[in-house]
Design a binder for this molecule. Structure first.
Ligand code: GUN
Length: 285
């Protein structure tokens, strides 16, 4: 039997309708949710992402500022801009697009963003709050994964979730979120012994390793929910996930396609974080 598709695009569209309604209410009360995106340099993929974020702001009635800085911008100038955005009342969320040029210390930049405006959820205080289980702005892609599972009706509580990949952006935070939802969580990585056998015990398998089609059906327990976070460009120009979709389709119970699975959720969760930040700042200010 073929797996049920987890349709990220449809789910993302439904959440955006909810966000637009909430944003309109907040706007009527005098607060327009505002997002500032900072792009340093000319990375082609980053330019596309930043364009999509700007479009999402327009679509949802948010105020947006995009700061496009040249590749030679000094760290000092970038930190000065972040300081200004931290103090700016019309801005509730700040996102600095990564990767940054080599001469800029990424950590110094992330640390400089006000925790209240950290809509990427990358600030060490946001990460700490996530681990403790305190209220915080959640990293967008991991939050999107949880939302996909919930809205598809996949039970998380009490299930065994295996996460392949231990990055700060996806693997680690998604593991913490799954734990928060009461899954039993195993994290696998490049040095894990017998990863296939561990993966095959997963009710929920989340893959975020950045290697096209690396995970085939030998890693998948029949009926498992497979969440593919990878987006890889193949030599022929097509996109592929980290999971070999065609190979796994008849074994998995649920599967996210690439594109159209996790990808559309990331920006939607960014917008949700900006809305949440705007509401919070309205209450505290
Ligand atoms: N570059 C690739 N993904 C992301 C992301 O989620 N946030 C930021 N700031 N940069 C990225």
């Amino acid at each position: 039997m073929s797996a049920q598709l987890i349709e990220g695009k449809k789910i993302s569209d439904a959440i955006r309708i909810e966000i637009r309604e909430e944003a309109a209410k907040l706007t009527a009360a005098g607060i327009v949710p505002g997002l500032a995106v900072v792009l340093v340099g000319e990375d082609p993929a980053s330019k596309v992402y930043v364009g999509s974020k700007e479009k999402a702001c327009q679509q949802l009635g948010f105020y947006s500022e995009v700061h496009r800085l040249h590749a030679e911008t000094s760290q000092e100038d970038l930190l000065a801009l972040i300081g200004k955005l931290n103090r700016q009342d019309t801005i509730h969320g700040i996102l600095v697009q990564l990767p940054l040029p080599k001469h800029i210390d990424e950590k110094a930049v992330i640390d400089a963003i006000s925790v209240d405006k950290d809509v990427d959820g990358f600030h060490p205080v946001s990460v700490g709050n996530l681990v403790i289980g305190d209220d915080s702005l959640l990293p967008c892609t991991p939050a999107g994964v949880i939302e996909l599972l919930k809205r598809t009706g996949v039970e998380i509580s009490g299930k065994h979730a295996v996460v392949i990949g231990r990055s700060n952006i996806v693997g680690k935070p998604v593991s913490m979120l799954l734990l928060r939802e009461h899954a039993t969580v195993t994290i696998c990585h490049s040095r894990t012994a017998d990863m296939e056998a561990i993966a095959r015990t997963a009710d929920i398998l989340v893959v975020a390793i950045g290697r096209p089609k690396a995970i085939g059906k030998s890693f998948v327990k029949p009926g498992a929910a497979v969440i593919d976070v990878g987006i890889n460009r193949l030599p022929d120009g097509k996109l592929a996930g980290d999971v070999d979709f065609d190979d796994v389709l008849d074994t998995a119970g649920y599967i996210t396609p690439v594109p159209g699975g996790v990808g559309p959720m990331t920006i939607t969760m960014l917008m949700l974080n900006t809305l949440k930040a705007a509401k919070r700042q309205a209450h505290s200010g």
